[in-house]
Design a protein around this ligand. Structure first.
Ligand SMILES: Cc1cc2nc3c(=O)[nH]c(=O)nc-3n(C[C@H](O)[C@H](O)[C@H](O)COP(=O)(O)OP(=O)(O)OC[C@H]3O[C@@H](n4cnc5c(N)ncnc54)[C@H](O)[C@@H]3O)c2cc1C
Length: 433
């Protein structure tokens, strides 16, 4: 006898925050499958000799009341007042750059203000088409040259002109004239503006968040260390650890190109669209030191092309439990995607930006990589997604989360995405009863 649709489980592929949230919110039967030996995906923490490291800075912001309730009901989070800096022209100024230019060398500050005013006066009706144009249009030539272009080129691994402006509108706030002027004379409220406070677990790093949420799942409904190897979209079945399993719906949080690779006989158009997707990886270092970082910041942005990293963060400055007393745990996000920088070069640069007091204080530096880190929003992005996602959705495959939906998002967005997808699957299930 054929199994009824509602008796088959929803299969959740990937147990990062999106997969965990889907499972937590689903009322229908499900099975969650995670390739790694622990749940949490990018929101996990490793420990060595009392030093804790996230997969680079993972600072939590919660806006949605129901997600806040879910998270704060699962673990204790400390509010932390952000201390973010920018290292430019040899100076360490508060973030955001455009609201604090008075702290820069005088010629640089003048460039930034003049460029902003010129851009404001010249601003016409024409809309910027790419990220470089967006920066020049809204920030002006000085801020573009001294911060926005070099920093973003280092972060993205491609020049901002290759990124479309559609992406920037949500994520790159536009400076106001008042903000620029106050910043130029040093009267801006330094930490005013974007995400001034974040939340962070008191112990165990951001991995404590995933662990606390995962502890609410029924262990009989997830499998660790098992891959989703193939997906037969027409049949509604996936090969999991060598076995074919029928699903009612598949919630996939695998990176979208990885899901398409696993489809059995996908249409040529879907394969071609997936080949157009671009992303960038992040190489970073877990760094342990036997002193407190002299800069006193939680993280610093480093646009300078001479220096081998674009951002450095000090976990233990935000939460002292991340390192033994008197010591620091750091992340160093490297600009190069292929070259292995000599550690002496990195250490010298860390001293220059105020992340390390002295080279002798280094305890260890371990390289790490996130293969899928940032989706590149280029001119082929929209069309590729418009081909792949409807094909999947029509076959009850919901590709969600940061890399499933193939977007730029934060942890809360992945939790929200999981909740919305659970509701969608439950509604479908009730309809099929
Ligand atoms: C460098 C960096 C810094 C960030 N900083 C912040 C920050 O400060 N604040 C913030 O809110 N957000 C931050 N984020 C974003 C945050 O990490 C994501 O929004 C969130 O963790 C994504 O969760 P997810 O479940 O969508 O994806 P993931 O965490 O990627 O989960 C996907 C899961 O699928 C599993 N998987 C993959 N292939 C298979 C397979 N074949 N079979 C089974 N399982 C598989 C993976 O192992 C993984 O566990 C940052 C991201 C990056 C890259």
């Amino acid at each position: 006898m054929k199994e009824s649709a509602s008796a088959r489980p929803v299969l959740i592929a990937g147990g990062g925050l999106c997969g965990i949230s889907t499972a937590l919110h689903l009322r229908s039967p499900y099975l969650l499958v995670e390739r790694e030996r622990q749940l949490g995906g990018l929101a996990t923490t490793e420990e060595r000799d009392g030093f804790h490291f996230d997969r680079t800075g993972h600072w939590l912001h919660l806006r949605d009341p129901r997600i806040r309730e879910l998270v704060t009901g699962a673990l204790e989070l400390a509010p932390v007042q952000r201390r973010a800096r920018v290292h430019a022209g040899g100076a360490l100024i508060p973030y955001p750059f455009q609201a604090n230019v008075h702290g820069l060398p005088r010629a640089m500050a003048y460039d930034c203000l003049l460029g902003y005013v010129r851009a404001l006066l010249a601003r016409g009706a024409s809309e910027p088409r790419n990220f470089e144009q967006y920066i020049l249009h809204h920030f002006g030539e000085g801020i573009a040259r001294h911060f926005m272009i070099p920093y973003n080129a280092k972060l993205w691994g491609v020049h901002p002109r290759e990124i479309t402006s559609a992406w920037c509108q949500r994520f790159v706030p536009i400076p106001s004239l008042e903000q620029m002027l106050a910043g130029a004379i040093g009267s801006a409220d330094a930490e005013l503006g974007y995400n001034v406070e974040f939340l962070y677990p008191r112990r165990g790093g951001i991995g404590a968040l995933s662990a606390a949420l995962a502890a609410r799942l029924d262990p009989a409904r997830f499998r660790l260390g098992v891959e989703v190897e193939a997906v037969d979209a027409e049949r509604g079945a996936a090969r999991v650890g060598g076995e074919w399993l029928d699903y009612r719906a598949l919630v996939s949080t695998l990176p979208l190109p990885e899901l398409v690779k696993r489809l059995v006989e996908p249409p040529a158009a879907v394969v071609a669209a997936a080949a157009a997707l671009r992303w960038t990886s992040v190489r970073y270092l877990n760094v342990a030191t036997r002193s407190l970082a002299p800069g006193g910041y939680h993280w610093v942005y480093v646009p300078d092309e001479r220096l081998p990293f674009y951002r450095v963060g000090v976990y233990s400055a935000a939460m002292p439990s991340m390192a033994p007393p008197g010591c620091s745990s750091l992340y160093v996000e490297l600009a190069s995607r292929d070259r292995v920088e000599p550690i002496a070069e990195v250490v010298r640069a860390l001293c220059e930006v105020g992340a390390l007091a002295s080279a002798e204080d280094l305890v260890f530096a371990e390289p790490r990589e996130i293969e899928y880190a940032y989706v590149i929003f280029d001119e082929r992005y929209e069309a590729a997604l418009a081909t792949i996602q409807p094909y999947l959705e029509q076959r009850r495959i919901y590709s969600r989360g940061r890399y499933g939906a193939w977007i730029y998002n934060a942890m809360e967005d992945s939790l929200l995405s999981g909740r919305a997808t659970a509701e969608l699957c439950d509604a479908g299930n009730e309809g099929s009863r």
